[in-house]
Ligand binder design. Structure first.
Ligand SMILES: [Zn+2]
Length: 68
């Protein structure tokens, strides 16, 4: 799995994108970018939110600690 950084350019016109929104509903991170030139909106799923990963890791560590 490669770390995918969203392209800085609009897929439609090649214009510059700027971030307009960020959502972390259902434990996933969604970023919304809007093109400066044509107002095309690009939504990027960044995957599981970091807090969700940390939460799972903490739970796992807790389980392993008590298991032995
Ligand atoms: Zn554009």
């Amino acid at each position: 799995m490669t770390k995918s950084t969203p392209s800085d350019n609009c897929p439609k016109c090649g214009g510059e994108l700027f971030q307009t929104d960020k959502n972390t509903f259902t434990g996933e991170v969604w970023r919304e970018y809007t093109c400066r030139s044509c107002k095309h909106i690009v939504e990027v799923n960044e995957g599981i939110a970091l807090w969700q990963v940390l939460h799972d890791a903490a739970e796992k560590a807790e389980r392993e600690k008590g298991g032995k």
